[in-house]
Write a protein that binds this ligand. Structure first.
Ligand SMILES: *Cc1c(COP(=O)(O)O)cnc(C)c1O
Length: 387
């Protein structure tokens, strides 16, 4: 649409965000329609049926393509349906090498739903020698990365790992939900496919469940599109409209999330009742250097360990007044989560303990409220937790 190449803050607002032609309405209407009238059989304006195409989705896809530096984007009804489409697009009997610290729902999908269709091998993707040797041995079709991971915020070097994968013609997928396209753009670092749960930072207002896939390769995109048309995991016009509205403020939101998260990470690091804080922006984070190289910011997620057990964790969670106790992340409101009981309950206990998801581990999705209100909330709840 634009002649000049825009910067990210402007892309968010203008790419796909052009006025509607008929009336000049600056904001696109919600095209709440199932079908489109044709001039003569087969002669139409590119829209036939909303399971296949809808202008609200088209606009959002234009913006996402540009944001991630891809050629194609596809929005879907949830992050899980986006992930599912990618897995279904592979030939039967494929091998997928997958990070061992992925989102609980992804782990469940791979091990309980698709385990008979493909072979899944799990590995710590921060260990590049291990990844290299498994790539060589299995020549997998797909390498599935999440960086930073959830909830331990481990960081994988996307450039290094995706270049290893290229040697065995393995496609690299990055689930970029935790950073979002404002702070991290995996396609520009060598990844082949990016997937997001747009439920999180991209929409940012905790009122939509949605997903997307962004990529450069036309033939893989065609496969995904065909599957989307056949299976029907389509995002509703209203939800696409809401996500596009939310996306406009991504840059200002991400900067605010990060400022608050940094502030709280430092506060917690110095708190006597806190054993350890994980935040990629802290110089003590094991992969802080990689984070600095591949991300333009450190995001809004913090994980910390209490000097206590389940009892203190529960008391802390119940005492929060500004933070809401809820699953999910990436919204403007701050959320607190207990992964062992809540988000990661689907991960078997032995696996969870192996990963380090213990009963004193707490995850924060830091919102964009006033940072001192958030700090004071943690302060009072930490006192109550240890009374
Ligand atoms: C939430 C989440 C998903 C799943 O997305 P839904 O929109 O809930 O279906 C996938 N990956 C990550 C990293 C997530 O946080």
């Amino acid at each position: 649409m634009s002649k000049k190449k825009l910067n990210i803050e402007s892309i968010l607002i203008h790419t796909g965000g052009y006025p509607e032609k008929e009336t000049g309405a600056i904001i696109a209407p919600i095209y709440q329609t199932s079908t489109y009238v044709q001039e003569s059989p087969g002669k139409h304006k590119g829209y036939e049926y909303t399971r296949c195409h809808n202008p609200n989705r088209t606009r959002l896809e234009e913006c996402l393509t540009e944001l991630e530096g891809g050629k194609y984007a596809m929005v879907t009804s949830s992050g899980m349906s986006a992930i599912s489409l990618i897995i279904q697009a592979l030939p039967k009997g494929s091998t997928i090498l997958c990070g061992d610290d992925t989102y609980g729902g992804t782990f469940r999908l791979f091990t309980n739903v698709y385990q008979n269709l493909h072979k899944f091998i799990f590995v710590d993707t921060t260990n590049s020698e291990k990844v290299a040797s498994l790539l060589k041995k299995h020549k997998p079709e797909l390498l599935w990365l999440e960086t930073p991971t959830n909830p331990l915020l481990k960081i994988t070097d996307i450039q290094k790992i995706s270049s290893l994968a290229k040697k065995t013609r393995t496609l690299t997928v990055v689930d970029n939900t935790f950073m979002g396209p404002y702070f991290q753009r995996p396609l520009t670092l060598g990844a082949d496919i990016v997937v997001h749960s747009m439920t999180k930072f991209i929409n940012g207002h905790s009122d939509v469940v949605a997903g997307c896939i962004i990529l450069k390769d036309k033939s893989f995109y065609d496969k995904l599109w065909y599957l989307h048309k056949c299976i029907g995991p389509n995002l509703s016009p209203f939800d696409a409209w809401l996500v596009q509205r939310g996306l406009k403020t991504l840059a200002v939101r991400m900067r605010a999330h990060q400022e608050n998260a940094f502030y709280l990470a430092e506060y917690l690091s110095n708190h006597p009742k806190v054993e350890r804080v994980i935040y990629p922006g802290l110089s003590g984070h094991p992969e802080h250097k990689i984070a600095k190289k591949q991300m333009s910011g450190f995001g809004g997620m913090i994980t910390f360990f209490l000097k206590g057990g389940l009892e203190q964790s529960k008391k802390l969670l119940e005492s929060m007044e500004v933070f809401f106790l809820a699953e999910s992340l990436g919204g403007v409101e701050s959320l607190i989560d207990h992964p062992a009981i809540m988000t990661h309950a689907a991960v078997p206990l032995t696996e969870r303990l192996k990963l380090g998801i213990t009963d004193n581990l707490i995850r924060l999705s830091v919102g964009i409220e006033n940072k001192d209100d958030l700090k004071d909330d943690l302060k009072q709840a930490l006192i109550k937790a240890f009374k």
